[in-house]
Write a protein that binds this ligand. Structure first.
Ligand code: PEP
Ligand code: MG
Length: 875
């Protein structure tokens, strides 16, 4: 089998074989861009390596050697040749980009002989020995696993001894001294001499790239980004070009559009006289790309042209790495650039307008999950607050949290439920767990393309970089800005859109949608056939959802109206009632309140449909906690045994004990309440119809959809439907208004889904309550499973996802499908929707579309996501 491909043998659609980087290097070679030549070892070779107990097979070895020969012939240089030495980089390149997660070795091929050749050829001994020591350091770190700390310490020592303050003062002789020291370090820590044979170096480096596919941070990154572990990484071996050959050389990274805002301007940075890793590592703060025009006008023009060409060739924003070696431009990498949600939307809409992509492609360019970022709060400028310091606005969004200085702390505290802001001099791929856990990231060094910035943008987290006004003292866990000291766990607020850091908590305001966002969602609405409604039970939520484009309310839960502080006493009277008369008296007081609630919500929805669900939770939820009551009663028995308060609490406790159930979620709730206390549902139904009649008087038509929860048997629905009809008849007679309404049911018990044909005889619509349906199908308590064992299940891959977040299509989904099918056998026009949390999750939305549901209903802030996901489902 062919395991190795020269760059001129591949093309862009060979990602699976060549990895993303390899495929793009091949494509750029194919279209004639200046790419240093090389070859790619395929992902299959990586998998074979693992299948052969982490051994490089003879077959692979042979192919690598023959490709190397071709590379040597093309470049006219030879690996290890003391006359014309070839130096190469060895880099990973997975199918899906995993920036910085795997290993890279540069300058491979250097040894005591080739370094001299380099010195002669470049006429620059200082450069040659500096490169050699960099190579020893990198190779030892990555391949031989000797901690860089030892090398840094040694370098520091030499520098100090010579009385220098910075590296550029070091001479070739000084570097030679450092190299001798480096080799001793290697010998001490690995019990062997540094490998000088370039071919041995090459195979060791290849092996270490393969191994890095399974290092800790790569595994975490794959888990976060749902990249399968069996794909393997390719390895790219490319002849080196040098950005550190003097002031006519340099290296940089650029995006063809601003990855933070999406604006169509070249966005990037570079360093003169530096190697690629210097930019990404964020150690020196680079120059903005625009000044390259002054430094190297010809190269700048050539680079601009190349960027335009690459962007239109790939039809997407590109993230490009380049190096200039003695005035010659080389492109080392291109890939579709990571971007914030805001940028993704703006680019998609503008590229459609520029004719680069179609509307359909534009819709696919934005990941619905990313939209969350945009619907988040930002700092309220109308308040006065002092800005402490300003850095680079690397990723937009605002956040408040406790300051932490390392990633382990960030992780530990966030697991305790604390919101933290990770403050670091710079981040490396080893900080990935800290970045994941933090609300936001701040670094004192590094530019807009530094590790922290790239990763944060990808995750949609606020980030400020290169904030050099911030003096971090890691040892004492504090940072200082002028005279202000901020300690570990102090609270700060950051604004990633402006780069500003403030002390303490700053008020935030709700987001609004940009013009491009609105446009994209309009395109989504033109494309989608699935309705999008919202779950809302206050007029504020209803208005918010309408603003976000909801077509109606799919679930108005009425229990929150019962929880209102002013109503709880009346609700308690209703529960404590000893007989029907007492209960009726309490219900009579609740009726006008409920009516008011519905009037406000119906008005807010301005003619859009509203599904109101009758009372669902077990009644004990409206009473105080049992344990607390026992404590209160015991105290009162001692301190005030004859008080009225004690009597009241004792009575309450008695009722709480009566209502106590072993499994309240499987207990006396949902329609089972209506069955035993039809007067409660009757009151609610009347309130709904009074409100609708009231609206009719004002000239607004509202046709309420009354929904009965937790039905398992058709007879339950039949009985509850009669209650609703009776209420409707009464109100019609009383008000003289004819109100059109429908009665439907939630499907959230497996039996209801399995007998949906019978249930449909009594239902005008079905709404799948997939929260309860997941609970009852798996038999997982929705209140306990996640904290007790579900996490374990997911980590062990027993379940691919948390089924309370992502619909379990094979199990719960089968019941949904069955319910729809059986229901429509009875009533072809039966309206069906989903209103569990899954109604706002993209893969579940796609499933609902495929199974022919009419709508999904989700929380207001998820409505935009649902509109886009529903459009993508049709593509
Ligand atoms: C459901 O069970 O999916 C549902 C929407 O109802 P609730 O979450 O209120 O039980
Ligand atoms: Mg439910």
């Amino acid at each position: 089998t062919k395991l190795v491909y020269m760059f001129d043998e591949g093309k862009r659609d060979m990602k699976e074989t060549l990895g993303g980087k390899g495929a793009n290097l091949a494509e750029m070679t194919r279209i004639g861009l200046p790419v240093p030549f090389g070859f790619t070892i395929s992902t299959q070779a990586c998998n074979t390596y693992y299948d052969s107990n982490r051994k490089i097979t003879g077959e692979l070895k042979e192919q690598v050697l023959s490709s190397l020969k071709q590379l040597e012939e093309t470049t006219g240089k030879k690996l290890g040749d003391p006359g014309h030495p070839l130096l190469v980089s060895v880099r990973s390149g997975a199918v899906f980009s995993m920036p910085g997660m795997m290993d890279t070795v540069l300058n491979l091929g250097m040894n005591d002989d080739t370094v001299e050749a380099m010195a002669k050829l470049t006429n620059n001994a200082r450069f040659a020995y500096d490169s050699y020591r960099r190579f020893i350091q990198m190779f030892s770190d990555v391949v031989l696993e000797v901690d860089v700390y030892f090398f840094e310490q040694h370098l520091e020592e030499v520098r100090e001894r010579k009385g220098y303050t910075s590296d550029p003062e070091m001479t070739a002789e000084d570097w030679k001294e450092v190299i001798t020291g480096y080799k001793n370090i290697v010998k001490k820590h690995t019990k062997r001499t540094f490998p000088e044979d370039p071919k041995e170096q090459l195979f060791l480096a290849i092996q270490s790239v393969f191994d890095s596919w399974n290092n800790q941070r790569a595994i975490i990154y794959r888990r976060l980004n749902k990249i399968p572990g069996h794909l393997g990484t390719a390895v790219n071996i490319q002849s080196m070009v040098f950005g550190n050959m003097g002031d006519d050389s340099g290296t940089g990274v650029a995006f063809t559009r601003d990855p933070s805002t999406g604006e169509s301007i070249l966005y990037g940075e570079y360093l003169i006289n530096a190697q690629g890793e210097d930019v990404v590592a964020g150690i020196r703060t680079p120059q903005p790309i625009q000044t390259l025009q002054n430094d190297m006008p010809d190269v700048f023009q050539q680079f601009i042209d190349t960027c335009k060409r690459l962007e239109s060739h790939y039809g997407d924003m590109q993230d490009i790495e380049f190096t200039v070696e003695r005035g010659n431009l080389f492109i080392l990498q291109t890939r579709n650039g990571k971007r914030t949600a805001q940028a993704a939307i703006r680019m998609a809409v503008e590229m459609e307008r520029e004719g680069i992509i179609s509307k359909t492609e534009a819709l696919l360019r934005v990941d619905p999950d990313q939209l969350n970022q945009l619907l988040h709060q930002r700092i309220d400028d109308s308040y006065e607050f002092t800005r402490l310091v300003k850095g680079l606005p690397a990723s937009p969004g605002a956040a408040t949290g406790h300051v932490v200085f390392d990633s382990d702390d960030a992780e530990a505290l966030s697991q305790e439920g604390k919101k933290v802001i990770l403050v670091r001099p710079e981040t490396t791929p080893d900080d990935i767990h800290g970045i994941v856990s933090a609300e936001a990231i701040v670094t004192s060094r590094g530019g807009m393309t530094s590790h922290a910035a790239v990763v944060a943008r990808g995750m949609g987290k606020a980030c400020i970089c290169g904030c050099d006004g911030l003096k971090i003292d890691l040892k004492n866990k504090q940072f200082r800005v002028g005279d202000t000291v901020v300690n570990y766990l102090d609270r700060i607020t950051i604004d990633g859109g402006t780069g500003e850091i403030m002390l303490g908590d700053i008020p935030m305001i709700a987001p609004e949608l940009s013009e491009e966002f609105q446009t994209l969602l309009q395109w989504a609405d033109e494309k989608r056939t699935l309705g999008v409604r919202t779950n809302a039970d206050t007029p504020e939520d209803a208005k918010k959802a309408l603003e976000f484009g909801a077509g109606g309310i799919g679930l108005c839960r009425t229990e929150h109206m019962f929880m209102d502080a002013t109503r709880i006493p009346i609700v308690r009277d209703m529960i404590l009632a000893e007989n029907l008369d007492e209960r009726m008296a309490a219900l009579e007081k609740l009726l006008p309140m409920q009516q008011g609630d519905f009037t406000e919500i119906f008005e807010a929805m301005n003619g859009h449909p509203v599904t109101v669900r009758l009372l669902d939770p077990p009644l004990h939820e409206f009473l105080p906690d049992k344990e607390e009551l026992i404590v209160d009663v015991t105290k009162l028995q001692i301190t005030n045994p004859s008080s009225h308060e004690l009597k009241e609490k004792e009575q309450l406790l008695k009722k709480v004990r009566q209502l106590d159930e072993f499994n309240p979620m499987l207990g006396h709730r949902g329609c089972r309440l209506g069955m035993v206390y039809p007067e409660i549902y009757m009151m609610q139904a009347k309130a709904i119809f009074y409100a609708a009649a009231d609206l009719l008087n004002k000239g607004l038509v509202m046709e309420p959809e009354v929904m009965i929860p937790l039905v398992g048997h058709v007879n339950e629905l039949k009985a509850m439907r009669q209650v609703v009809e009776e209420a409707a008849d009464q109100i019609e007679q009383e008000t003289g208004k004819k109100i059109n309404y429908t009665v439907g049911t939630m499907i959230e018990i497996p039996r209801a889904a399995l007998t949906a044909d019978e249930i449909a005889t009594e239902a005008d619509f079905f709404s799948f309550g997939t929260n309860d349906l997941t609970q009852t199908t798996f038999g997982f308590s929705r209140d306990d499973a996640e904290s007790k064992f579900l996490q374990h299940y997911i980590e062990q891959n027993t379940l691919p996802e948390n089924p309370f977040m992502v619909l379990d299509q094979e199990g719960v989904g089968k019941l949904v499908e069955t319910g729809v099918k059986l229901g429509r056998e009875t009533k072809p026009s039966l309206k069906t929707g989903i209103c569990g949390e899954h109604g706002g999750e993209k893969s579940s939305i796609e499933f609902c579309f495929e199974k022919g549901l009419d709508y999904v209903s989700c929380s207001p802030y998820r409505v935009p996501l649902a509109r886009l996901a529903a459009a993508q489902a049709t593509i």
